[in-house]
Structure formats: structure tokens, C-alpha cells
Design a protein around this ligand. Structure first.
Ligand code: ATP
Ligand code: ATP
Ligand code: MG
Ligand code: MG
Lengths: 261, 261
């Protein structure tokens, strides 16, 4: 089972869109996919028609319990998505209180990793969506994954925020053993070749992070918004769109890289 | 002095862009404007060329001090922007730790309001940018302002998050006296009339919030990104752009509404 997290401390860069689109493409080629929504705002959960304000069981349960997390406890959280090869562990808005609750309690950073270990044989890929804030939920996302996807808007201010994200990754890696270092891929999003800001920031990203930047660039594509109306993964909604094609190229390069490791 | 905050728990909806563009338009007609960056990610601070990781003095100081906040203490925080009628109280990344520090300490929700009272005669308008998370910094933004601007992307998922924001506003209003109730304006952003998601969610916004929605709709305009490269307010960078025109219409209706109150 491969675990990929999608994170960036900047808001609105395409994290949830990356999770949903990559999940749809993996499911189309036959993989069984689990999605985990670690954002208390619950965009991924809402995307599939569930209400983060009303859900009784969610990721929150993984933090609320003092007992050991067991397989039944995790399976109780699973929800269907609109695709039969994709399941979801949803978010609830109650998770916004976890930051405060986590203070003083040791080891809250591994709850998600422990839960995923319980369903290791049921899924081929796990994709974790995270909130745009560095806190206990993002730390769980970084601790649970083997590879990190970092969507970055192709605009000037985004580069500044990325430096901070890269520093956070090196911090996490200092605590990991040599064989388990967290690798990451930078995904340029909202690319628009007509805008000088987009063109020059993409060049700057290649200069600064030549080994981590993905060759697949995600263009601005308003069709992404239509997919969320009906809760369909973008590749099912419109498999010919430019956005979906660019994510398919991204996925091919990620799978290629994985083979070589 | 009028204090307007810009807030939405959803990331990437155009909060910082709204602050910078409205500030530029107010400054152009002669008003003296103070900007306050309450987002630990510091997009507004970076926009004007300052580094939120390196700054010694920032909004953080308003929370760190046990003493009463006085005028000199606030004036020490003021920085220049690229416009001579706009000043800035910057953010620093250290503010990300304030959530944890604020636990158990009473009355941390009014630090910004107290600081602004110290410079009441120096500015005509104060615009407060906030992070995409409901926490002590957003509570300060809501407590310090008389009117709230809520940018909302014209897409399906955004409507769900808006309900939550409106509930937060009613919660805040329960603690305010009748004459000081917080009013708010919903600003539809990233509007694209070619996308079904955009058109139908704008109609839904008008149905659900007929009294709070602004008639001015902000279109998708990639020129906003170019402005941030040079740290110029959008109306100085390109006063003829569609985006700037739509914000000018918004500002006219906000000033109109204010006259009537
Ligand atoms: N390449 C793209 N082109 C155009 N629109 C896009 C693209 N990617 C995402 N979007 C749209 O932009 C908005 C923000 O994307 P998304 O919600 O995925 O970002 P996010 O990083 O998850 O935000 P948050 O920080 O709030 O979690 C959504 O309306 C989405 O449909
Ligand atoms: N109307 C618009 N059309 C096109 N691009 C826009 C528009 N408004 C903002 N943008 C761009 O979208 C990105 C996100 O905007 P912005 O940073 O203002 O959002 P935000 O709500 O402040 O995000 P955060 O939640 O991270 O604070 C920026 O790159 C900005 O230049
Ligand atoms: Mg998201
Ligand atoms: Mg912002």
C-alpha cells in the first residue's frame, strides 16, 4: 500500500483537486484507493456529498479514543464515494478543536499512520488531503505518507510559501531514519502561459527545485469546478479536459519514479 | 476610522487580493489606509516585499506583551507599503504558535481591537486580512471590525463553507450589543460566466443571501497575479483591468451603504 499526502500551507492551490483527480485516474486503471480528509473544512468530504457538520464518525474518532486503534474502529469510518474503487474516511468540523486538544498529549502525530496500518491489505493507494495550516493534522499527514505532493500556484507569492513548506519537510526528515526519508514532488498549478507571473514563476521553480519539480504542469481549467457539482471525479466528468490530461501525465511520472525507488 | 475585516475559512478565495485592491482604490481617492496582516502565512506582508520569517516586530508583539498596549508600541510596528497613503502592520510566521499560547489566557480576542484604538486618529480606513482558519487570529479580526467582507468563490463547494462562516458571524453577534452588530457583505469572486458551476452558484448565492450579497461580481482576471510580482496595488499596476473595475464597483456600493447607516 502506497501512501501519498497532498499538502501546502497556502490556501486554494489545488490540494483537494489534486487528491480527487489523481484518485480518479488511479481507480480507472484498476487500483483500489482510500481517501482521507484531514481538513476540518471538509472540502473532500463535501465533494462526495457528505456534510462535515453532521457526520457522526470521522477522522476525529482517531484522535478522540484513548484505546488502541483497531481494524473495526477504522472500518466503521469508511464511506463510499461516487466511484466503486474509491472509499473515503471523512472529515468533520469538530476536528478544528483538535489543535487545542493535542497540546500536552504526546504522540498525537501518528494517529493517522496507525489507523492506515490497520487497513493495509484493503487498498493499493491512500491519498491524504490536508488543511492549509501547519498543525497536528498536517503533521499527521506528513508522518503517515511515503511521498508528498505539493501543489504550488505559478505566481510570485507562492514561491515564498513553498520555502516554508520545504523547511517543514526537512524538519520532519531529521526525525526519520535514512531508509524512510520523505521525498516530495512539486506540482505547478493554475499555469497560464499568457501571464508573465505564471511564466516567470514556473522558471524560478525549475531553477530552485530542479529535482523535485514535476514536468507535468497543471493549466488553469475551469472544468474542475463543474466536476464538484455532481461529486464525480474529474476524469469521469470529462476525461478529455486539459486539466485531466495534465494530471494523467503527472501520475505517469509519479508511478515511473516509484518503480525506480 | 472605519475598520473592515476580510475573512473566509476557505483557502484561496481572494481574501488578500480583496484587501490589497480595495486598499489601493481607497488610497487613490485620498483616504489614509492601514493594513493589518493576521495570517501567519503572511501573504499580505510578502506582497509588499517583507519577509514574514525574518521580521522582528509584527502583529505577534500585540499578543506577546503582558503590559497594556500603548500608542508607541503600535507605532513601532508600522511599515511602509508601495503606496504613500497605505501603511502595514505585518505578520510573522511565529504567529502560527499563537493558537497554542492563547489557550487558557482570557481576553486574547481583543488584542487587535485595542491596538487599533491607539491609532484611531491617524487613519480613515483599516483593512484586516485573516488566515483561512477559525482560531484566535480570526476571532480578533471579527472582534475588531465594524463590517466584514466575505469573498466566496462562485463554485459549488464554496457555498457549504459559507454557511459555516455565517454561523460564526451570528455567534459573534450574540456577544455584541444591538448598536454594534457586525454586518457583512458577500463578494462573489473568480466568476466565469462560461462555466455552469459559476453561473448556478452565483444564482444560489443570490437566493440564499439576498441582503448580504454584493451586486459587484469579481471576474477571473489573471492580471491580479502580475501585480504581486512588483508589490504594486492592482489599481496602480493596471487601472483598466476587469478585476480592478469590478472592485471599484464593489467599493462604491460599500461606501454607499455606509452613508446610509
Ligand atoms: N487547475 C485548475 N484550474 C482552475 N481551477 C482550479 C484548478 N485547480 C483547482 N481549481 C479550482 O480552484 C478552487 C480551489 O481548489 P482546491 O479547493 O482544490 O484548493 P485547496 O488547495 O484544496 O484549497 P484549501 O486550501 O481551501 O484546502 C476550486 O474551486 C477548484 O475547483
Ligand atoms: N479574481 C481573480 N482572478 C484571478 N486570479 C485571482 C483573482 N483573485 C485572486 N486571484 C489569485 O488567486 C490566488 C489566491 O488569491 P488570494 O491569495 O488573494 O486568496 P486568499 O483567500 O487570500 O488565500 P489564503 O486562504 O491562502 O489566504 C492569488 O494568486 C491571486 O493572485
Ligand atoms: Mg482543500
Ligand atoms: Mg490570503
Amino acid at each position: 500500500m502506497h501512501v501519498w499526502s497532498v499538502a501546502n500551507q497556502k490556501g486554494g492551490v489545488g490540494k483537494t483537486t489534486t487528491v480527487v483527480t489523481v484518485a480518479g485516474l488511479l481507480a480507472e486503471v484498476g487500483y483500489r484507493v482510500l481517501l482521507v480528509d484531514l481538513d476540518p473544512h471538509g472540502s473532500l468530504t463535501s465533494y462526495f456529498g457528505y456534510d462535515p457538520d453532521e457526520l457522526e464518525h470521522s477522522v476525529y474518532d482517531l484522535f478522540a479514543t484513548k484505546h488502541k486503534i483497531n481494524r473495526e474502529g477504522v472500518e466503521r469510518l469508511l464511506l463510499n464515494s461516487s466511484h466503486d474503487r474509491i472509499d473515503l474516511i471523512p472529515a468533520s468540523t469538530a476536528m478544528a478543536t483538535l489543535e487545542r486538544k493535542a497540546i500536552g498529549e504526546e504522540g498525537m502525530g501518528l494517529q493517522v499512520a496507525k489507523a492506515l496500518a490497520q487497513v493495509r491489505d484493503s487498498y493499493d493507494y491512500v491519498l491524504i488531503d490536508s488543511p492549509p495550516v501547519l498543525g497536528v493534522l498536517m503533521v499527521n499527514a506528513l508522518a503517515a505518507c511515503q511521498h508528498l505532493l505539493v501543489p504550488v500556484q505559478t505566481e510570485f507569492l507562492a514561491l515564498k510559501g513553498l520555502e516554508r513548506m520545504v523547511r517543514t519537510i526537512s524538519m520532519i526528515n531529521r526525525a526519520r531514519s535514512k531508509s524512510k526519508k520523505l521525498s516530495f514532488t512539486i506540482i505547478p498549478t493554475f499555469y497560464d502561459r499568457r501571464t508573465q507571473a505564471s511564466v516567470s514563476s514556473l522558471r524560478e521553480l525549475h531553477n530552485k527545485y530542479p529535482n523535485e519539480i514535476s514536468n507535468a504542469v497543471i493549466p488553469v481549467d475551469t472544468k474542475f469546478r463543474n466536476a464538484s457539482i455532481r461529486g464525480l471525479v474529474p476524469s469521469v466528468m470529462d476525461s478529455s479536459s486539459r486539466g485531466v490530461h495534465s494530471y494523467a501525465r503527472l501520475l505517469r511520472s509519479l508511478l515511473e519514479r516509484q518503480k525506480q525507488e
